[in-house]
Design a protein around this ligand. Sequence first.
Ligand code: M6R
Length: 610
Amino acid sequence: MCGIIGYTGGEEAVPIIIDGLKRLEYRGYDSAGIACQCDAKVEVRRCKGKISELDSQLSDFSGSSSTAIGHTRWATHGKPSEENAHPHRSDGIVIVHNGIIENYIELKQQLEGEGYVFTSETDTEVICHLIKKHSEDKSLTEALMEAIRSVRGAYAIAAMSEKEPGRIVAARKDSPLVAGIGDGECFVASDIPAFLAHTRKVVFMEDGEMAVLSPEGIEFLSLEGKPIQKETVTIDWNAAMAEKGGYRHFMLKEIFEQPRSVADTITGRLLSHRTGEINLEEFGLEDQQLRTLEKVTIVACGTSWHAGLFGKYIIERFARIPVEVDIASEFRYRGPILQDNSLFVSITQSGETADTLAAQRLAQAQGTKTLSICNVVGSTASREADAVFFTRSGPEIGVASTKAFTAQIVALYLFSVALGRAKGALDEDGARDLINDLLTVADLMEQTLLSDPEIKGIAKELHKNKAFLFLGRSLQFPIALEGALKLKEISYIHAEGYAAGEMKHGPIALIDDGYPVVVCAPKDDLYEKVVSNIQEIRSRGGTIILITNESNKAHAAGISDYVITVPDCPTHIMPIITAVPMQLLSYHIGVFLGCDVDQPRNLAKSVTVE
Ligand code: M6R
């Protein structure tokens, strides 16, 4: 939700802020704005729409500024409009904010009573007036400290004052904020890619911390004003990893990056290829802990929840212990029972999803050991969990998750083998075979990606349909759910994912002439059962798009309208492979419909509010 960037240094700030905002646009993109310190004044420009709109509005901006803050918004309070766009201003104070201020109505009434005039519908404006109120006799740092004492809720804030040129003050609680340290320049942002082109030296801010930025450096403070020593981390991503690299969209680039990304997830995680022994240290877990484990609880949202469902199937299959999977927003409010000897696993690409974080904190409060399967290094989930397994997919910029999903599945597969060994459900030979199967995945994905032109052709023929059904069974069921989510996210076509065996219990009523049904059915022990479902759909006029394995092509062609084949491989790694044509089909349908596939309407990449 919302992206923030601040810069102070010796360079021209406006292009740095605009470039940073473009890299944060995945977080929200309904309106944007910038505030720049020019001489003794602060100039604010805001607009409805994307950063490109803001950029073109700045074409007449002739001032010179080396300190500025910017914001790209995902509306929570108040519609997308210029008035509601950030930065907000109260005389010489300007701020940008990510998060939600829960008590803003009572604060607003109080401030209105004191004569402050509100010009937006946002919750943010109260913080701005509060800072202004306290800054009469205090520095910007003290005034922000005082202001946030009155607010309840989540925030990442960056503020500037006309009275303090060259200075940006930032604070965080429950919304991500990271600082960057360059040569004679400093940055603060919601996420690292915003300033990755300038520095790889970062400091992750924790809840309840403030940062005071000037070109000379950054001072970190507690909310009581006490200095805090923070560690500077050098990030091993480079700016090019967050570029499109010649692809038309980030989503397509990220789909094609998957062979590399899953290989990166596996690399270094094996103690021995020969025995298939997994390096448990990489999971932050010990063999003894796994041996006594009696239950695994997986919690996540969206695509990560689909990965979690795969985790249930694979862990129960290989480790033979019960796994519960829940949607984080449900889990946190249902009074979950976390028994002794259980492990809580959060799955999150961003590591900042509000509901997933709340669920993880709830598990920790109950004394349950937590493991986070996470992509973003330094994210809140990864820092707060007792143990962390980084998926190492690199930055995922497309709002619709692709490479993070397959990496999460690979991580869960590795975990299930490790757990299977520790629990004695797998012997050495069994584990070695499973790991050898996994080591073929990158090649299999490469081969699958060769079908892109064929999948594009199918998408061309089908893109005008108004609704799709996706079916799968067992390990292919989470893939069917994910296929439906991908399609609806990026093409706005209604799509439902179902367990194929459930079809007769309702969804079959949807089928009529030409209704498209994407079926994920490799030739496995449940194939015949799915074929029965296919026949039931065909006899009602439905159109079948069957994703199956290469050696089953001839049979598949006889029972479906379109066949997409993937290379033959064992059932347990097949979902990592069938995910790819699902992603490509959605991508091409979205593109044929003229949709903004990288930044679909109403969505944001990291959902940092409830
Ligand atoms: O960063 P997370 O993995 O915690 O995000 C969870 C969901 O918000 C995310 O997967 C969402 O469903 C994506 N738009 C899926 O493409």
